[in-house]
Design a protein. Structure first.
Length: 444
């Protein structure tokens, strides 16, 4: 992309870069813009049902679904999980539980994020190991990890930073919470009691084979540390459960084994009372995993009136205000200076088009917004216009503002692609509608 494109973004739109992500994928521990008001109802339901429900209702498993007629990915499940874990760990659950309606003094809780996207090479135990790594990793350069906060709570209670006293407290806590497995790994206790970055360093040296074989032992250590710090609930956010269902390299016996391990955690001390798991789910995963779930007598994942306390559903962006807020927070993050119109360079009607062609999926909407900004910047307009049948297209192929390229170069539209559904119904929509819709159709 030529340099003058970025000059135009900065001069006309006050953007230091294209603010929207290249892919509809949320990376872990990467700072990205976020607005809690886009899906405020779903967020509140997540706190109330899956977090408060775990503490006050004893709920061990909850499910975060994405559900729509034409698609079931790109709805923001990963983002909601990561942001929920981040909010919990920022003050050990005080804000989350207050927002969930807890009236009395809230107990300290912690959360870890992990995913199943490498299940084809390993299993559930490496997922548990990665959750412990997450607990040992600060949220950002200036933040403090959950396990570092736990260590400070132990030090404050002991009134001492003594190595032996901290190590003894962790061992004692493991016995107190009913740990019946092998003794805690000594190298972890030594690293934790030593403080600093020692624990993170030790974890980084664990081989893939050890993660596969001993992942549960690392979870044991984390639960013991949290218990020693007076933190009795750990919420484990497990993303990409669909990989267990859709990955062709995962055999039926392996699916059964891994789901059986989830059952083991529900029945064994200390996990049964201290560990709460939240899984992402969608229709394709449900169809494949239903039989294994039933065989292991796991709590139902169905979206039904009888199971509403265990399920939160993301159904996509339903109105223009949600779409505007999603775009606004990304645009604001890239501004070089304040602007009067928070949606610049988008006119309001263009936001409606983006919402329509993305089918309300926030990840897809952001990707299409990126494509549109890139294409528009090459034509150096002042605005990205909404469809308007009464405006005349200039001989050069562009209006005074940008509505999308009539050529196929910038949009990636192949000649002969059908017009959008709206155009087929007789509306003389702007080329941007055809451009983005065609792109979305070709990638579906």
């Amino acid at each position: 992309m030529p340099a003058d494109v970025f000059d135009h973004m900065e001069e006309a739109w006050k953007l230091e870069k294209n603010p929207f992500p290249l892919e509809a994928i949320r990376a872990q521990r990467v700072e990205q813009p976020y607005s809690p008001t886009v899906f405020s109802q779903e967020e509140n339901a997540f706190r109330r049902k899956l977090i408060r429900g775990g503490i006050n209702g004893g709920q061990a498993i909850g499910f975060l679904w994405s559900q729509r007629l034409r698609a079931d990915t790109g709805f923001g499940k990963t983002t909601l999980m990561q942001e929920a874990a981040r909010e919990i760990n920022s003050d050990l659950g005080a804000t989350t539980l207050q927002k969930a309606g807890v009236k009395k003094s809230a107990p300290p809780i912690a959360a870890a994020f992990s995913n199943l996207n490498n299940l084809n090479a390993s299993g559930l135990y490496p997922v548990l190991f990665n959750a412990v790594v997450d607990l040992a990793t600060p949220p950002d350069a200036s933040g403090t990890s959950v396990l570092a906060k736990a260590r400070q709570r132990i030090v404050d209670e002991l009134g001492s930073d003594d190595f032996d006293a901290i190590a003894d407290r962790v061992r004692t806590s493991w016995m107190a919470i009913g740990g019946t497995g092998a003794p805690l790994r000594p190298e972890l206790i030594i690293a934790f009691a030593s403080g600093g970055n020692r624990l993170k360093s030790v974890l980084s040296e664990v081989s893939p084979t050890a993660r596969l074989r001993n992942g549960l032992q690392y979870l044991d250590f984390a639960l013991a540390v949290l218990a020693a710090a007076g933190i009795d609930h750990l919420f484990l956010m497990i993303d990409q459960l669909e990989d267990l269902a859709t990955n062709r390299s995962v055999t039926s016996p392996k699916r059964s084994r891994e789901i059986g391990r989830i059952r083991d955690l529900l029945e064994s001390v200390p996990y049964a009372s201290r560990l709460h798991m939240v899984f992402t789910f969608h229709n394709r995963a449900a169809q494949v995993l239903d039989r294994f779930w039933e065989e292991n007598r796991l709590p139902s994942f169905e979206v039904s009136p009888s199971n509403t306390s265990a399920v939160v559903v993301l159904g996509g962006i339903k109105d223009t205000d949600q779409a505007k807020e999603l775009l606004r927070v990304y645009l604001e993050d890239a501004r070089t200076e304040p602007v009067e119109d928070e949606l610049l360079p988008f006119e309001p009607g263009a936001v409606d088009v983006l919402r329509e062609v993305s089918d309300g999926r926030p990840g897809i909407l952001l990707s299409r917004a990126r494509e549109l900004v890139n294409a528009a910047a090459e034509q150096v307009p002042s605005r990205i216009l909404a469809p308007n049948p009464h405006r005349q297209v200039s001989p050069s192929g562009y209006r005074s503002g940008y509505c999308g390229p009539l050529s196929t170069r910038a949009s990636g539209v192949r000649p002969g692609r059908p017009r959008s559904r709206a155009a087929e119904n007789g509306d003389e929509l702007a080329p941007v509608v055809h451009s983005i819709t065609s792109s979305a159709t070709s990638r579906a």
